[in-house]
Design a protein around this ligand. Structure first.
Ligand code: ADP
Ligand code: MG
Length: 457
């Protein structure tokens, strides 16, 4: 476990050098301890609510940036006041009187699968915005963004993330009423209410709620009456500042056969997408799943995890299925965890996949290095050298970016290609180019051209 007290001290000294004395003394000097760490939130107590608001408005991103230099990026700072801290502490007192009623949990935790938590959700660039937004919504339901609309292809973690919100919010406040429902279920509930004339029950179920989580909203397509009913519920919840979270396989604007007054409301709050994870991210997910499945996280070597992650690159559900299969195959037959046995275990799954197409040999990336160096009028050896002049560094970063884009090698592997550079140098280089692409049209054009020259289809 991390030592957050220590980390906070280190961050404080960085803040002290970064900011003028006045600013530092006013905002940070008095915060001596970490109040608690709960659900990936690191609580700090601000001296008063004025300072709390100022930190939240001006400095929180900086604080989180420093925090992420020390710990996994999923941890975030949360600033509270002394009064809020006192309330938190009083909640912990085991007064009988404060005890939740029997079965309260069951009553309100409807439909949620409590294995889906923020803690076992692995964050990477493909889902970072969705994750951070979900955390904030869970922390401040009805306030931060309403509705929160999460979209993306199948098997990429939408349901997981949505359920995290419900589980987290309930853990924070057992009295909340949280309902998770698949859209199919909603449609069925409405049909049976219509048939049996039990609208009262139906309304109570969906309107007497603090957080409504509706999964796979695209299935409302073509169901006009149900859409109208959902529209009414949406309006009511939203008017009462109750949180709504929706997932879908596509952006709201692309929903098919759903009335526009609904789709336009989906865009009122915040829309975030989840895309496919890259190879490093997939390996991290496998490590996480392995640590959940077994007591020995070293059981399967990194090479094997990398192999599995490189084959199953489309969908996290399949990735997870492959890992379970390897685990089962080797433990059931008492085989060693080797690449050969892994391939055997996955034979049937792999045959149906087009593997090999992503295999890269030296010729492929030598080719990329030639094309890039030619384009920038430098020698190929300069790309691999330690020369620090801007034109070399830039062309080197472009090459890293292109190799990652075309072959999705791990950052570590790319570092090896570039003369054993550290993986953090590669990550930095690729991020630099991603930033340029967004801010500088000419870099974007160059990269597009180069990608095509290097064989991108
Ligand atoms: P979707 O709803 O987008 O189809 P799910 O939420 O059902 O996808 O995710 C499929 C599987 O992948 C689940 O078992 C889920 O736990 C796992 N998964 C998805 N994203 C992540 C992630 N970032 N970290 C860990 N597990 C993930
Ligand atoms: Mg789902």
């Amino acid at each position: 476990m991390y030592n957050f007290e220590d980390i906070w001290k280190k961050i404080k000294s960085t803040l002290q050098t970064e900011f003028d004395n006045d600013i530092y003394n006013e905002h940070f000097a008095e915060i001596n301890n970490v109040f608690r760490v709960n659900n990936n939130l690191v609580y700090l107590i601000a001296p008063n609510s004025f300072i709390k608001n100022k930190i939240e408005n001006f400095y929180i991103n900086r604080l989180n940036y420093y925090l992420n230099n020390f710990v996994e990026e999923k941890y975030l700072f949360k600033i509270i006041t002394k009064e809020q801290a006192a309330i938190e502490i009083s909640k912990e007192q085991p007064y009988e009187i404060n005890k939740p009623e029997e079965n309260l949990e069951n009553k309100y935790k409807t439909g949620l699968n409590n294995t889906y938590t923020f803690d076992n959700f692995v964050v990477g660039s493909s889902n970072r915005l969705a994750y951070t937004s979900a955390m904030k919504v869970a922390d401040q339901p009805g306030i931060f963004a309403n509705p929160l609309y999460i979209f993306g292809d199948v098997g990429l973690g939408k349901t997981h993330l949505m359920e995290c919100i419900g589980n987290y919010a309930l853990e924070n406040n057992i009295n909340l009423k949280v309902l998770y429902v698949k859209t199919d279920q909603f449609i069925e509930d409405y049909a049976s209410a219509a048939q049996n004339k039990t609208f009262d029950n139906f309304s109570k179920k969906y309107e007497d709620i603090d957080i409504l989580l509706v999964d796979d909203i695209q299935f409302l397509s073509g169901k006009n009456k149900t859409q109208l009913e959902f529209f009414k519920i949406f309006e009511k919840l939203k008017d009462n500042n109750k949180q709504i979270v929706i997932t879908s396989d596509r952006p709201a604007s692309d929903l098919y056969d759903i009335m526009s007054r609904l789709t336009s409301r989906f865009e009122w709050g915040l829309s975030v997408d989840i895309s496919k994870p890259n190879l490093d991210h997939r390996i991290s997910i496998l490590k996480k799943k392995l640590s959940i499945e077994t007591s020995d996280p070293e059981l399967i070597s990194e090479d094997i995890l990398e192999y599995i992650a490189s084959v199953f690159d489309n969908n996290i559900r399949e990735l997870e299925g492959a890992l379970k299969r390897v685990l089962f195959y080797c433990t059931a037959f008492n085989y060693k965890f080797t690449i050969e046995n892994t391939k055997d275990a996955l034979k049937n799954l792999i045959n149906s996949k087009n593997i090999g197409s992503k295999d890269i040999d030296r010729n492929n990336y030598n080719n990329i290095l030639d094309i890039v160096s030619n384009y920038y009028n430098i020698n190929t050896s300069d790309l691999l050298s330690k020369k620090r002049q801007k034109k070399y560094v830039f062309a080197r970063q472009i090459s890293m970016y292109i190799i990652k884009d075309l072959y999705d090698l791990t950052f570590k592997r790319i570092g090896q290609i570039f003369n054993g550079r550290d993986h953090s140098t590669v990550i930095y280089g690729i991020e630099q180019i991603s930033n340029y692409i967004q801010t500088d049209e000419s870099v974007k054009k160059d990269v597009d051209k180069l990608l095509i020259k290097c064989g991108k289809k």
